[in-house]
Write a protein that binds this ligand. Structure first.
Ligand code: AMP
Length: 542
């Protein structure tokens, strides 16, 4: 027997309608590309998103079409997000820090029909445009600007387009499993892979992140998502914010510590979210100016492990609770967040810090396990000590990559994250290592395998390994460990120069260490773990 309750598909359009109706006058503060500030609100964001939905229709975009954005966190980007997904198209957010060839690959792979871009990224658009196969319309997220038009003659301007269209638009109703947005994630080798979210997964993830034991977001919050909208949809915050009707402070291109401290103090931000590198910049700026960031009650740190010292500084100098969270593009991203249970209330500060340094426990809606071998299905003990492969399943976890028919899951339906971790009996997760050969520098991935392959292509190198070394500012940076060919005369400068035309500048290793041998496993694989143990700290005192 079925229940007798209404069925409504879980659709993203219902979130912006809710925010527009019940939180109409709640402010959205947005820093533009020219650093001016626009003050708008959920009512106007809803209305403009409907205008832009009419624009997309007038351009001939259809259900399921991919509409790309290359943009900062700002109000036009937010409006267009709701317009795109709300009208059944797929919002493909693009990371502008990708190497141009990767950018071309993902735009062609996604078959994007329209690209929306901020003025900042005009040079990028100009450079890649001739290589794009599917894009029919280029829209600059700004008011008309002759300088932009001169460089991209067929460009249209967002402000012009929405002014020409009505705010009357009936959001279409469709299956909640319909695709809503697309983010690409770096692979260890080869091209990035797309993760295609659905309306259902997005709405359920939004409920998940608002819960008190997750990020605890409410209508009383003033939220500053520093994490970009092109990084796993700013961790889902633009959706969660509409769901609860909180104020958003969108930092635009101002991601440096001084700009962030000013935004926090001026707009009384209560919760901010970003990767550790961002927080280091904020701490430095606040310490220099002397501000106590009084309004800031919580900051959410994810993307990389939060250094203990950073958490202490936030607590002791700024009276701000750090919520440590773990997740990935494939998990929407929230997998865990670190909040206490009732039984932890009476622990000492030091004991509490130890818990807070873990990545926390999963919210309802996702499940975690640790297994003993790569892609194995054999679960090991939840004892907080035995580490293994972290696997996850749940309502907002990937099933297969975009355009790939084969499942991304283990034989029994779990997603193997590539992280090595422990779980304790309460489900608190501690990430201890990474099995995927990737280095995370300031929130961006670098493939160690690709850097190794390039080094191996150098005529004077016999063997090369690239490891993630701990870095005080960027969390991790690549270090190349190389064996020279017999009698080869090769310097660090020469090999670093060799990388210059092969990878983006920020991906070039920070250091080269020449060695006589690299430890190998029984099957001839380089023992990267041993190398990390030996050389993982070489950048700390340099
Ligand atoms: P991405 O798909 O780019 O969001 O990266 C996801 C990966 O970042 C995870 O698989 C982890 O390796 C790493 N990561 C994310 N959050 C944390 C965290 N709190 N602590 C340690 N590593 C993290």
């Amino acid at each position: 027997m079925l229940g007798n309750m209404m069925f409504q598909p879980l659709l993203i359009s219902s979130m912006i309608e809710h925010a527009g109706r019940y939180h109409s006058d709640t402010l959205i503060i947005s820093k533009n590309t020219d650093l001016s500030i626009t003050e708008t609100n959920w009512g106007k964001v809803r209305n403009n998103s409907k205008r832009f939905a009419n624009v997309l229709n007038s351009l001939g975009a259809k259900l399921g079409d991919r509409i790309a954005t290359i943009a900062w966190n700002n109000h036009r980007h937010l409006e267009s997000w709701y317009a795109i997904s709300g009208s059944g198209m797929v919002c493909h957010t693009i990371n502008p820090r990708l190497f141009p060839e990767q950018l071309v690959f993902i735009i062609n792979d996604a078959n994007d029909k329209v690209i929306l871009f901020d003025k900042t990224f005009l040079p990028l658009i100009k450079a890649v445009k001739p290589m794009l196969k599917s894009v029919e319309h280029f829209i600059c997220l700004d008011a008309p600007d002759a300088a932009v038009k001169e460089q991209v003659p067929d460009v249209q301007f967002y402000d012009d387009l929405i002014a020409q269209h009505s705010e009357q638009f009936a959001w279409p109703e469709f299956d909640e499993l319909t695709a809503s947005s697309l983010c690409y994630t770096s692979g260890t080798t080869g091209n990035p892979k797309g993760v295609l979210y659905s309306h259902r997964s997005t709405v359920l993830h939004s409920y998940g992140i608002c819960m008190p034991d997750s990020l605890n977001i409410s209508a009383r919050d003033i939220m500053l998502p520093v994490v970009p909208m092109f990084h796993v949809n700013a961790w889902g915050t633009p959706y969660a914010a509409a769901m609860v009707g909180c104020t958003m402070v969108l930092p635009g291109p101002g991601l440096d510590g001084v700009s962030l401290a000013n935004m926090i103090d001026t707009y009384k931000v209560s919760v901010a979210l970003g990767v550790p590198t961002i927080w280091q910049g904020l701490i430095n700026a606040a310490q220099q100016s002397g501000t106590k960031l009084e309004s800031l009650k919580r900051n959410v740190v994810g993307g990389s492990a939060c250094p203990p010292a950073m958490m202490k500084v936030f607590k002791e100098q700024f009276d701000c609770e750090t919520i440590h969270a773990w997740g990935m593009t494939e998990t929407s991203p929230l997998g865990t967040s670190c909040q206490f249970k009732a039984k932890h209330q009476h622990l000492s500060d030091e004991e509490k810090l130890q818990i807070r340094l873990s990545q926390g426990r999963p919210p309802f809606g996702v499940d975690l396990r640790i297994t003993d071998e790569e892609k194995s299905t054999h679960e090991i003990e939840r004892d907080g000590k035995t580490s293994g492969n972290l696997q996850i399943k749940g309502h907002w976890i990937i099933q297969n990559y975009f355009g790939k028919a084969e499942s991304a899951l283990t034989a029994d339906g779990w997603f193997d994250t590539g992280d090595i971790a422990t779980l304790n009996e309460d489900g608190y997760l501690k990430i201890s290592d990474r099995s995927k050969d990737l280095i995370k520098s300031g929130g961006e991935w670098i493939s160690s395998v690709e850097l190794e392959n390039m080094a191996m292509g150098h005529p004077k190198i016999a063997m090369a390994a690239v490891i993630a070394a701990i870095h005080p500012k960027w969390d991790e940076r690549p270090v190349l460990i190389a064996i020279k060919k017999p009698d080869a005369d090769l310097s660090e400068i020469e090999i670093l120069g060799y990388y210059a035309d092969k990878v983006a500048k920020w991906q070039i290793p920070d250091k080269v260490i020449f060695v006589d041998s690299i430890p190998l496993s029984g099957t001839g694989k380089m023992l990267k773990k041993d190398l990390r143990e030996q050389y993982g700290n070489v950048l700390l005192n340099s």
